[in-house]
Design a protein around this ligand. Sequence first.
Ligand code: MTE
Ligand code: MO
Length: 363
Amino acid sequence: MTKWDKRDDMLVHTDEPFNAEPPTPALAERLTTPLDAFYSRNHGPIPRVDPAAWRLEVDGLVERPARLSLEELRSRFPAHEVIATLQCAGNRRAELIEVRDIPGEDPWRSGAVSTASWTGARLSDVLSEAGLRPEAAHVAFGAPDMVREADPPQPYGGSIPVAKATADEVLLAWAMNGHPLPAVHGAPLRAIVPGWIGARSVKWLDRVTAQAEPSGGYFQAVAYRMLPPDADPSRCGPGSGIPLGPVALTCDILRPEHGSRVPPGPTEITGYAFAGDGRGVARVDVSPDAGRTWTQAKLDAPASPWAWQHWRTTLVLPEGEAEIVARAWDGAGATHPESPAALWNPRGYANTSWGRLRLTCRR
Ligand code: MTE
Ligand code: MO
């Protein structure tokens, strides 16, 4: 085990702050990702929060502000379990960097996506006990981890609109795959915003604020926004670009591992597709020859509207170099772009291009 109880073969982008992703075959085995393989994305140092001293402040545009201990949260509100996939907006940035460099951002490969069953109280239950005022349009999340890279340095945070905050699937979670939340994943409590970019699922959550406007903090107003390709991020002020929320339809290949060598002949290809905000995946197509011919994959039924769906197919691969691609379709008959070049953006977010796997087929 390496740092933070992760498996030895994690690809660690940076130690401080800790940013690590598993090799993708580790994501193919089970619907829910084992804790030691779950990716972790951190902007600052991982705080060690004393659960006995910790309190959640509920404030802002509410009738009855509250200060809740973990015990109060667990005893006063019914516990719910939601199987949800977290995907970092920077997942697969490495492929965007191949198109054009993205200085200062980690080159995440295909492993910044994982799924867990989360247990906690519904944010909507906590908000209705506090009494949301009609002017409340957004719910902001606060955390104690100071991020030096932010401009100006500030604790991590973000917000979601009230419509999402009061939806049944959004949790204040204290458990992950049936275990108490590990420190690296936000102990004692984190927000889980299923179907939205991982950045909104704020860890070490200590404040929930109802407000009229989205969070003005760096991670909502400046980062995690889709800038136009000709923008210079260092000159883009707060509010530039498209704020990222729901995850766009995407599909990727998990096994065999990218760049590996397999014998020619029948090869099982496994991957996932995910349609973000509860939309569901209707079909996955896989091509053994970079998109000239296609075959339909066998797609698992969704375990939850908020979780990825695994798929598999067997392709007969000839000797030589193979380029396998995979794409998904949603219930509206929409699919996603073929190439990372079609999606390149200055901060390297939301690369939802076709899953692409290069293999060497040799005995
Ligand atoms: N919450 C805090 N307090 N600090 C952070 O740096 N990173 C966010 C989000 N919540 C972050 C945070 C991002 S960008 C992602 S993708 C997810 O946490 C990653 O969650 P994980 O580390 O549990 O996989
Ligand atoms: Mo992220």
